[in-house]
Design a protein around this ligand. Sequence first.
Ligand code: G
Ligand code: MN
Length: 398
Amino acid sequence: MARGERRHADGPERGFRSVGWWRAVRLDAVLALVVVVVALAGAWWVSYLAGGSKTVYPHLFYVPIVIAAIRFSWTGAVATALAGGILAGPALPEDVAASLAQPVTSWLVRLAMFLAIGLVVAVAVRGRASPIRSALSDTIVSSQMLQAIRRGEIEPHFQPIYHSVTRTVVGVEALARWKHPRRGWMGPDTFIPAAERTGAVVALDLHMLASAARTVRAWSTDGHPVRLSVNVSAVRFAKGGLVDDVIRALEGSGLPPAQLQLEITESAFVANPAEAARQLADIRRLGVRVAIDDFSAGQSSLLYLTRFPIDVVKLDRSLIGEVTTDARVARLVAGVIVMLRSLSLETVAEGVETADQHAYLDSVDCQYLQGYYIGRPAPAAQIEQLIARSREADILAR
Ligand code: G
Ligand code: MN
């Protein structure tokens, strides 16, 4: 499963502006509609200029009919064929110069041809039209995202990671947030899945890595370095050359490698395990740490824990969400924590949302906690303050 799809299936973050129904209008549908209308009007205009329906130009009406059939299926085909039938029929003189009207029979025949072609195309592309449509909308979303990166509208927010032994915030996870000029803050679920499908996520990952590293480097944390966790999409990982991006981000920001951690889901390892292990080893050789993200949510294989050079395992929030409601899940999580410790791997519980979940995870010695109960993702300045406060007093002692 694509990374963005499941990890962002959560509700809107606090502070997100609600999204009106008109935001759901698909831009590609509006564009297609505009193209159809323009093509209809163009076909009529060209046929008129060319002397009327006697010319070959009324065939141009097939263009909008075919577009509508692909984009809007048979309903679109019928509507456009009817509109075309009227425009190329009663609305188009047979002979413009002589202003002679078309006989009913000839325009009815044309209407029947329009309907037939429209329906044939609609049936022919059935089931295949949806990939065409999604490709179009993915492209639009991705190119808007790339523009937004250039305009500085996409920035990392940070979610605190809490150490249950020292009871302080010791790290943060950078999460992409898009401050859209009209729509306000947008979560990654609105653009990451599309960007993964087009490959534009590579640019996003690089931007997030470089920009989060600079931000965290600039935090004044008086001798207590904060660990920065950055997500790397499986698509980015598969492309190779990640280690060069990491070196550049470290050099560009001055962040010590030991403070950086990359989060990767196991889906990134499936396609080419040997190559994945090699890339991870290169990254760790820099002194950067590697975490398996969303563990237990995907194709988790226990053997992965021994085959890949990793430091940290992040237990998926689907597991954590049930530790207080299902005794078996609770025992499972307790056991997994023991197992990970015996492999010298650190454990982070993701999606800790309640005091009860926190208490349970504490009781089974889970080292690190992350989730809404600890703190929501927030802009850099707020998190810098939270970290400072956490040094004075336990932020969970409430
Ligand atoms: O897969 P990954 O751990 O990178 O996912 C991070 C996502 O999880 C972010 O979109 C973040 O907002 C969300 N998230 C963080 N903490 C919680 C939580 O406690 N509950 C839920 N439902 N989502 C969370
Ligand atoms: Mn993550």
